[in-house]
Design a protein around this ligand. Structure first.
Ligand SMILES: Nc1ncnc2c1ncn2[C@@H]1O[C@H](COP(=O)(O)OP(=O)(O)OP(=O)(O)O)[C@@H](O)[C@H]1O
Ligand SMILES: [Mg+2]
Length: 260
């Protein structure tokens, strides 16, 4: 078992909002994990902390370690941890064609730049990923001309070019229609069956795949519950988390929330 994320006493501000106050969080490779919380809970901010977009307030007892290390070369980190976030989808350079969206993963960039060089091995790897994700026919299309679901697949592929051990996904199926959502979940489940670990950050219970074992509830920047999925993913616990009456129904290992 390996430590993937270790956050100790992290305090973090977004503008004048204190999102985290002495946050402590450990996620290991022992299980697939989902972080669940309402709007504004701090989920995306947490991803930015993990992605090194933000740093916590400096304090002697505070640290953010990934795979046991505080300092990372971005390229090296990407080969172990692949992150697909909404901010990446929003900020990605729209005129980049699909093949180059995949290739940009090798440089962890949000577009393609002149100094970047791609040898035949990298190009073949990108083609193979495109085939695997069913997007090979879109490799020549500009990113801005793709549908939300197509863009989401290319960004997943961009994270996969390095074959990372761990995937971190932020609300991966939001904006996708039912069929695209199911297809995306199938793809993620296929990756987990090949021993990739998943850290899922979401407010949608329907996108929690059966393979998720540990659930962490995040609310107003605090971890308010942390444990086995079987104990936490139920009507009582989710009604408390979201401050409204919720009926949770389980089917084939998936969950759906209904109003009461
Ligand atoms: N640039 C900013 N300036 C001030 N406050 C911010 C800024 N960005 C985010 N926040 C605040 O930080 C808190 C956490 O936001 P965050 O985006 O991490 O929530 P979230 O859990 O991802 O929510 P959602 O489910 O809506 O995506 C919120 O209260 C939000 O208003
Ligand atoms: Mg968010």
């Amino acid at each position: 078992m390996q430590n993937i994320i270790e956050i100790k006493n992290a305090t973090l501000f977004q503008g004048s909002t204190r999102v985290f106050n002495n946050l402590n969080l450990d996620i290991s490779s022992a299980c697939n994990t989902a972080i669940l919380g309402p709007n504004g809970a701090g989920k995306t901010t947490l991803l930015k902390l993990i992605n090194r977009d933000f740093y916590p307030v400096v304090a002697s007892n505070s640290c953010v370690k990934l795979f046991g290390k505080e300092r990372w070369d971005v390229q090296e980190l990407r080969s172990r941890l692949g992150i697909v976030s909404h901010s990446l989808q929003q900020n990605y350079s729209g005129d980049t064609i699909g093949l180059y969206v995949l290739l940009s993963g090798f440089y962890a960039s949000d577009g393609i730049w002149q100094h970047q060089h791609f040898d035949e091995i990298k190009i073949q790897r990108a083609h193979a990923i495109a085939e695997q994700l069913g997007i090979a026919h879109l490799q020549d299309r500009e990113f801005s001309s793709m549908s939300t679901g197509e863009q989401r697949r290319f960004l997943l592929g961009r994270a996969l070019v390095h074959d990372p051990q761990v995937l971190v996904l932020d609300e991966p199926t939001s904006g996708l229609d039912i069929s695209a959502c199911f297809q995306y979940l199938e793809t993620i489940r296929g990756l987990m069956s090949k021993r990739k670990k998943l850290i899922l950050v979401t407010h949608h219970v329907h996108e929690i795949p059966p393979e998720i074992e540990r659930i962490i509830f995040l609310k107003e920047g605090e971890i308010v519950a942390d444990g086995d999925k079987e104990k936490l993913l139920n009507s009582e616990q989710l009604s408390k988390l979201f401050d409204c009456p919720i009926n949770i129904v389980r089917s084939n290992g998936f969950y759906q929330a209904f109003p009461i």
